[in-house]
Write a protein that binds this ligand. Sequence first.
Ligand code: ADP
Length: 972
Amino acid sequence: MFRRLGIGGRLFLAFLCITGLSLSSGIASWLILRHIAAAQAVVNAQALPAVAATQHTAELSAKLVATAPALAAVQSRAALSAEQTKLSRLAQEMVASLDEARKLAIDTQLVEEFAGAVEKMLANLKSNYEFVRQRLEEDAAYRDSAEKVTEAAQSILLLSETLISNASAGASAVTANLYGLIGDPSRREDAYNAIDRLIEHDIFLMERMYELRHRSAQISLLVNRLTRAESGMEIKEISHIFQDHMTVIRRRILGIDDPVRRKQALEFFSAIETAAGDVPVAGSLFGRRQRVVDLIGHLDTIAAANRDLSAKQNVVARSILDRSGEFARTTAERADHALRIGVVVLVLTLLGAVLVSGGIVWLYVERNLVRRLGGLSRAMQRLTAGDLAVQVAEDGDDELRTMAVAVNRFRDESQRRLDLEQERERITVELKRHREELQQLVEEQTEQIRLVNTQLRQEALDHAEAREHAEQASSAKSAFLATMSHEIRTPMTGMLGMMRLLADTKLSSTQRKHLSIAANSGEALLGILNAILDYSKIESGNVVLEQVDFDMATLVEGVVAFMRPIATEKGLDFSFHIDRKLSPAFSGDATKIRQVLFNLVSNAIKFTQHGEVRVEVAGKEAGKGSQRVVVSIADSGIGISPEQQEHIFQAFTQTDASITRRFGGTGLGLAISRELARLMGAELKVESVEGEGSTFTFEIAMKTARRPSRVQMRQRATKPTSALNILMVEDDEATRLVADTVLSKAGHHVRAVSSGYAAVEAVADFKPDILVMDISLPGIDGLEAMKRVRKALDSPGLPVIAMSAHVFTSEVERYLNSGVDAFVAKPIIDEQLIEAIAALSDRVPTATLLAAFDEAACKADVHALGLEVVQRLYRIAQDSLPRRFEAMHEALRSNNRKALRDLAHATKSSAGSLGFPRLLAAAVALETASAAASIEEVAQIVVECEAAFADGSAQLSQILSADRPIERTAAE
Ligand code: ADP
């Protein structure tokens, strides 16, 4: 198994052994240190505290022993109680200390022995206290009795002294009397008797009283002696003497002659007897003294016992201390011993580790590895020096053997490579020869290619020149187209304006028909010109994208509303759908999107005869702050074949010639739309099946915005307006005439001038409510003229409408930013101008209502047509207009917008020919509003139409019936 391990495994085992040995010496030292630490911990945690606890207990015991004599000596209850308190505190401390000593006990038996002695001592002290208490009680009782006995004895003593003095006085008297008797011999007998009596009675009495005094004095002395007596024997002896004295005292008292005195003395005597009690009964004076003496004896005994116990405790405490010291010493010695053994073990383990490691290194690493590696290294050096005769011994069964095999293989391989190298050198020489031949061949070929290249470069230069020419020609074409279309537009504008004016004059039906055809052709031509102009601007790169905030949904709704009448006229189902997810506002080029949408929707309506046209707008998320807006216009019209789909986006391309015949058009709409879409980063695509319909789609990524900005060309309902003072500045006479006529016919007071300077001058005597001006004027331009007029009027908010043929959005935006309030494109379309005026009329503070009836116009008509004709016209109007209003209400009810528009259009003509400005304004408003405004707004305008007609009719009929004043005036 050892063989199978390999060098890595073996080295690992060897190092594992060495590491194991180092680890074992480490573990040995760790165990020793742990042992020493444990021993020291035992000394610290057990031996030393045990010594301290024992010492403390012994000290307390000594204090307890010292308490005993003090306790025994107390003479009052207060002192006893103080000693008792001290004793209990010491006892408690003792118990606590004993507990501590028990816990830390090294020799439990000794501690228990010590505790036994202490407990005994505590019990003794308790008895001691009890004996002292009894002693105090007995002593007090004894002293009380002794005092009474002493008092009674003293009383008897005093009494005996009185009796002695009495007896002495009697004897003296007898003696004195004797002298008289002795001198009188007759009375000798009496003298002898008196002497007898003196001797037998008085002297004897005196002697007995003396004895009584002596004995009662002895009683007091005996009581004193008894109080000092310290043994039972002495008490017994005193008691005998006391009894003797008492017996004699009794007899002597009984011998007192004086009964009163005798009785007194007997009372004292019985008092002594009562106080002394029966001898030797325990309750007697002697019994009590005996008890006190006994108690003192007990106390002495206990004190002696305590002293013994204390001595014993000291011995036991000494033993405990010795034991603890012994224990600490033994533990320390053990730790020392462990340390010595540890050091020896450590040294031995280290020596072993060093020897085994050395053995391993020498036996295995040096002999087995280093030597063989040295051999291998030498062989390798020789091999790298190019000596291929090296032979390495392949012995052993490990990686070194594998290395030896590898070195031998390497040697064989080097030998083979040497052979190959020689072969390669031979081949290289061969190849070099071939290459030299080939190089010569290539040089010849390269020369030929260089010649061809020069020719090709020349051709490329020629092509570039040709392309440049072509590009120049293309931009010249674009410029030409732009200039031409622009230049043609201006006269076209004049022509169309004039035709409109002409249409408002009296014409025969043929003339009117021809005029209508001419006007239609003019409009169509203008449309083509506009398309060409747009396209050439795109081609020449003159189109710049605008960035305005707008509402996409409103924009689509506007286009749909605008185109709806045409779709409805064709009987198509025209619908649109706005995705809910669509942002409410975007920032982008609204005008261009609208243009593309207009073109696609008008194509869809144009190429669809039946079915439907549907506009859909969807919003897709395209990162934060932007959306991809997908617009699709689908129709069920004639469709486009796959081949045609490839061409329709090219300029001037239609699917086939018949289309131009059937539907008209320039073939520019889709080209313009695709280019505009591309400018906005979108691709206009078509999907179509011939005969089934087409769907045009484009997808624009736009930034979402907070709110739509000022809408430049909004679709809005126009309210009937008031009569205003309008200052008009236009240098082109035709346009001036057209605009003047349009505005005057709408009931406004117009002052028309041809230059900016004239306009500034005009405001001296004409106070305009609105300024209508051309932008391109001779002298100062329209914007400058606007500033000067506003300044001259001191009215910076004067509403201004700009007119221009420059219909590019950037320019319109520029005008609006310079302070212009509205913009009307040339050629002037009546409705647009009237609508713009109406839109701004809200801002004119002093506007008056338009006149319902234009008397001057009426007079002119009467003058031109004759009163008859005018009256007939009025009668027709009176007949037809109320019916038309009726029809309007009907159309309102069915929401028939087209009918409303037609009715409004017809009313507009009638109002114009009748000279009813207010009705005209209302009809114009109705025509515009019928396309897109809400039904309520439209209804309101219908009501205004009725009111305007009623007013105008009232005034006109008054004039017509008023004694023909008009005719007269006209004739005049
Ligand atoms: P035009 O001014 O002639 O309409 P456009 O560029 O707009 O020019 O259209 C090019 C041609 O593409 C049209 O003449 C028509 O043949 C075809 N086309 C465009 N839109 C539709 C559609 N919705 N359905 C069928 N054909 C269409």
